[in-house]
Write a protein that binds this ligand. Structure first.
Ligand code: SF4
Length: 367
């Protein structure tokens, strides 16, 4: 049975993870630009799903869709694809392929069809699968998040319980590369329950890594209240990064509360000050256009952005109500003319990237 992987740039991480898992079970995934042969798999996000819907519906082969959008809207996916992998794919996708090869109907927990669905009963244990370190030395160290930020799909896909790759396994993959970057919803939560940091475990990990490590910076980030003397001492002692990436999201405590972010604006200011003290450049994410943002909330966010811009870099994204999140179905509010103007000026000065007009930029393009 020939199984193909529809190459979609935005899904390259999923491609790396699932190719390794499927190859191990005897299904090497062949990258293709259109559906072909026996089976073609797709990983879709909520921005690109509509682009591939007709292609999938008219494919002459069996089609399997997964990814954030399929997980958030599995019934919609089952309307145009033969099978929808809901949630993590490392265990479910090879199982589904094995069943199809053996003549089954794909009635596998974690798979939805037009007439069947049974939720998966367990989560993936990270150590059981290879990290996708072939891609620029990226090693996924953590999955899941105990927070429930209103705009975020991560807990819906990976659950609220943090799971970690063991230090031995992280080091085994990291030590294959001259430089390693770690993937986690909050790198400073490594080894912990996600709320109570375990600096001892992070130091233990660093001591096992023999080459350069970038921690708490792209493609990972940290939460602002985890930025403290302990975390920054570890980064400056053991890591190669000169930047630290964290999410502020808003300069208004009222908005942060409605988002259920679990931190305050004061935590953001404290994190910015500490970065300055430790000579790290803060790279800070903001979301503009949140549905419940008042004019004054938006101005407070602009003030916070200005503060970061003095010695840091800002990433601004326009709010997009992703399916499966608490804010699904809401509508982004307009930006104040002064906000448009100020953000534009900062972008021209090279202090700000992202897009406050086009949400798709968050997923597809780098400015
Ligand atoms: S934005 Fe970060 S902290 Fe919030 S739910 Fe998503 S992964 Fe967790």
């Amino acid at each position: 049975m020939q199984v193909n992987w529809r190459w979609i740039h935005a899904a390259r991480n999923s491609s790396a993870v699932l190719s390794a898992a499927c190859e191990r079970d005897g299904f090497p995934l062949q990258p293709v630009d259109s559906p072909a042969d026996d089976v073609t798999c797709y990983s879709l996000n909520s921005i690109n799903a509509a682009e591939y819907r007709d292609e999938i519906a008219s494919a002459d082969c069996l089609t399997i869709v997964g990814g954030p959008h399929a997980t958030a809207c599995p019934r919609e996916g089952a309307g145009y694809a033969d099978y929808v992998v809901v949630g993590e794919g490392e265990y479910t996708l090879p199982r589904l392929l094995g069943d199809l090869r053996d003549g089954g109907e794909g009635r596998i927990p974690g798979v939805m069809t037009g007439s069947f669905y049974e939720p998966v009963k367990s989560s993936v244990r990270l150590d059981a699968y290879p990290a996708f370190s072939e891609m620029k030395g990226y090693v996924e160290i953590t999955r899941g998040c105990p927070y429930a930020c209103g705009y975020c799909q991560t807990p819906q896909i990976f659950g609220h319980c943090m799971r970690h790759r063991s230090t031995d396994e992280v080091a085994r993959f990291a030590n294959r590369h001259e430089q390693s970057r770690f993937v986690s919803p909050n790198a400073f939560a490594y080894g912990s329950d996600g709320c109570h940091p375990r600096w001892d475990k992070i130091e233990h990990l660093f001591l096992k890594c023999r080459h350069q490590v970038f921690f708490g910076t792209f493609p990972s980030e940290v939460r602002p209240e985890f930025v403290c003397n302990e975390s920054l001492s570890l980064v400056t002692q053991y890591c190669a990064n000169t930047k630290l990436h964290f999410g502020a999201q808003s300069g208004s405590d009222a908005v942060l509360e409605k988002l259920h972010r679990g931190h305050t604006v004061a935590d953001v200011h404290h994190a910015i000050d500490l970065c300055r003290e430790y000579s790290l450049v803060p790279v800070v994410d903001f979301i503009v256009g949140l549905p419940f943002e008042s004019d004054n909330d938006q101005r407070a966010t602009l003030d916070c952005i200005h503060e970061v811009s003095r010695n840091g870099i800002i990433h601004v994204h326009r709010f997009i109500p992703l399916p499966g999140t608490p804010l699904a179905g809401t509508v982004a509010r307009e930006l104040l003319p002064e906000a448009e103007k100020e953000l534009g000026k900062l972008a021209l000065r090279g202090r700000l990237t992202g897009s406050w007009n086009d949400p798709a930029v968050r997923f597809f393009k780098k400015l």
